[in-house]
Design a protein around this ligand. Structure first.
Ligand code: WT7
Length: 656
């Protein structure tokens, strides 16, 4: 089982203290220090964040108001002028960090590149000037659809530099998914590459962009900037498509960072929700800069000598906050790896750790479970002694995987930080501080200072210890999303109306179920809505259903998550066919391909079961609970009395 069950969690009594030496050198050295920070922040959150904003970031102009809170809409550091690209680059050039490695990059085929802060700054300025030359102005949205190469980070920082909000679309998404996101964001330009290397193959990114833009599919896009990576032959549409390496030679390397309002939009990142359409999560400049900076500094205890490696893709929030913005704002060295463990090189992660002497390693439980399956020999064959801290994110980690991670990768020497957060939160919300917090395997422990988290019932009342409930956040924080792009009502509805405001206080509803144990530790149990978690990636079941019913053979589709040993969950689809179609293996494959085309490979159904009817209530609602039971091969449990046609259940057990 991938997710901790209530029983396993209640039985989990193991407690691990930070090694004394780690605590001595850490930014936050003890539980007393954590408690002081936490209490101070709780007593006066505005003062707490204002002091940090002043101390940790450079501002062109100071703010007038720390927080303007018109629930559920927050504004932080109102009136302040700031640029995150300046904080990630320019300010370090005035220090010894000028020639420190900002990005260390390892390509999948084994090529590599290191960019110092000065070099990164230069390329970012050049790309910013190229964007300007192609007509991008402050406020224009730019799509980024890139492999994991330095130019992905350069593109993000270049957009931030001139005040053009970016929307990064994960390179694994299909042209359809890309198109929908570019349309919603009304992007004016797309930055992409000819392709990228992934699992010993090339991914034809530019071709996907061509498909998305075909027949004027995204009318706002005027130009496409193409980075050369695979050197495979691609079509370049004259007037629209431009090679980065050619334009780079035509611009100056001087481009001052645009002073942005603290609340100017920095980026939109699309994420799955309970409806068929992904929502554009909006993050703004000042608050996000501070929050990604502080969370990395304290929870990963970033020091100037560290090589920090976050294995996420820049297409997800983890890549935004902890490959690009958080590490660079801190002046740290961030490692970026294009590849993934694959048949020809299952131990590639450990090669990279050894090659660069990685000190801090951050990955997802699904990867850890895959490592466990591959065996201890692979990591043991490499020197991992440089590691001093490990992190995990994306889904609940089962205690066995946590223990393996600590023993085999961490050599029983490295603390583990299990960081709970979301695209919406901008940065870590519940996390140990590794020099301070005693950890329990499977628990993300306590709130970050400044975060007030609670487990409540639907009326907003806190539940008792070890009782399951809904995870909510009580007070606004600088890194929180500001709205759903072009849809403030959806923002209100999705996050602020499920749980009633309590004593006049609005509660942010995360969509996760959780419990707090008798010591106050938080245990996140997973989503309580129609969102499933595949290898740490979020997918709306409705999104997959919409993709399925857009195929002519499909009359109705219901999608649920089926537990999977490595991926956590996988897509299980129940499908009823249009009259003229018959179930067949060919059709199963065709539908799987169709979903890949509509969304991307991450949404590929593991199993499709044809049925001639769905289990529905008398009011016509599909009873997903039953389908979940069926998909996981469990007995159907609980009340089935509202089921309209009981014979459907029997038929579903075996399929048609
Ligand atoms: C959802 C957010 C934030 C980066 C990765 C995913 C789940 C995330 C944990 C954790 C238990 C976790 C939650 C959350 N999740 N981290 N440490 N323990 N669950 O970002 O795609 O926005 O997904 O991932 O269910 O709501 P995302």
């Amino acid at each position: 089982m991938s997710q901790p069950t209530i029983e396993s969690v209640l039985k989990e009594k193991r407690l691990f203290s930070p090694p004394a030496e780690f605590s001595q050198n850490a930014h936050i050295k003890s539980m007393e220090e954590y408690s002081q920070l936490y209490d101070k922040a709780k007593a006066d959150p505005q003062q707490f964040w204002a002091e940090l904003a002043e101390k940790e970031l450079d501002w062109f102009e100071k703010w007038d108001t720390v927080l303007d809170w018109q629930p559920p809409f927050a504004k932080w550091f109102v009136g302040g002028k700031i640029n995150i690209s300046y904080n990630c680059l320019d300010r370090h050039l005035k220090t010894w960090r000028k020639n420190k490695a900002a990005l260390i990059w390892e390509g999948e085929p084994g090529d590599s590149r290191t960019l110092t802060y000065a070099q990164l700054h230069r390329e970012v300025c050049q790309m910013a000037n190229v964007l300007k030359k192609l007509g991008v102005q402050k406020g224009d949205r730019v799509g980024i659809y890139m492999p994991m190469i330095p130019e992905a980070a350069i593109a993000m920082l270049a957009c931030a530099r001139i005040g053009a909000p970016h929307t990064v679309v994960f390179g694994g998404f299909s042209s359809e998914a890309l198109k929908n996101r570019l349309l919603d964001a009304e992007a004016k330009l797309v930055i992409t590459a000819d392709g990228g290397f992934r699992k010993d193959k090339t991914v034809p990114l530019k071709q996907q962009v061509d498909l998305a833009l075909a027949n004027n599919g995204v009318p706002n896009v005027e130009n496409v900037l193409v980075v050369q990576r695979t050197k495979e032959k691609i079509e370049m549409e004259s007037g629209r498509d431009h090679w980065w390496h050619e334009l780079q030679l035509t611009v100056s390397a001087d481009c001052p960072a645009e002073p942005m309002d603290s609340e100017d939009m920095l980026f939109i990142l699309y994420t799955s929700g309970t409806t068929g359409k992904p929502k554009g999560v909006v993050h703004t400049t000042g608050g996000y800069n501070l929050y990604s900076h502080m969370t990395l500094k304290w929870a990963f205890d970033i020091q100037d000598t560290d090589i920090f490696w976050c294995t996420a893709d820049v297409g997800w929030i983890t890549g935004h906050s902890y490959i690009v913005y958080g590490p660079l704002s801190n002046g740290a060295t961030s490692l970026m790896y294009e590849g993934a463990p694959r048949k020809s090189n299952p131990g590639c992660f450990w090669d990279v750790v050894e090659k660069y002497g990685v000190n801090i390693f951050y990955t997802a439980p699904t990867a850890i479970r895959a490592f466990i399956k591959m065996g201890e020999e692979l990591p043991k064959a490499r020197d991992l002694s440089s590691l001093r801290l490990l992190g995990t994110v994306g889904e609940p980690i089962n205690p066995e995987a946590w223990m393996w991670y600590q023993r085999v990768i961490g050599g029983d020497r490295c603390p583990i930080v299990d960081t709970w957060w979301q695209t919406e939160t901008g940065g870590f919300m519940l996390t140990p501080l590794p020099g301070a917090t005693q950890t329990k395997p499977g628990s993300c422990t306590f709130p970050f200072p400044g975060i007030i988290a609670e487990v409540v019932d639907l009326d907003g009342n806190p539940v008792a210890d070890n009782q399951g409930g809904y995870l909510v956040i009580k007070h606004p924080w600088p890194g929180m999303m500001r709205t759903v792009y072009k849809n403030p009502e959806r923002f209100r509805r999705t996050y602020w109306e499920h749980i009633a405001p309590k004593d006049g206080q609005y509660l942010y509803f995360a969509g996760d179920g959780a419990r707090q144990d008798e010591d106050g530790y938080f245990w996140v149990m997973g989503r309580v809505d129609d969102v499933i978690n595949i290898s740490g990636h979020r997918l709306g079941t409705m999104e997959v259903e919409s993709a399925l019913v857009s195929h002519p053979a499909v009359a109705e589709a219901a999608v649920v998550g089926k537990p999977d040993e490595v991926k956590g969950e996988e897509v299980f689809a129940f499908v009823t066919l249009e009259g003229s179609y018959d179930p067949s293996d060919d059709l199963v494959n065709e539908l799987k391909q169709h979903v890949i085309k509509e969304i991307g490979a991450i949404a590929r159904p593991g199993e499709i079961r044809f049925t001639d009817a769905m289990p529905k209530t008398r009011s016509g609602k599909i009873m997903r609970r039953l389908l979940r039971n069926l998909a996981s091969g469990q007995e159907v449990v609980g009340d089935t009395s509202t089921l309209e046609d009981r014979s459907v259940l029997e038929k579903l057990r075996g399929g048609v």
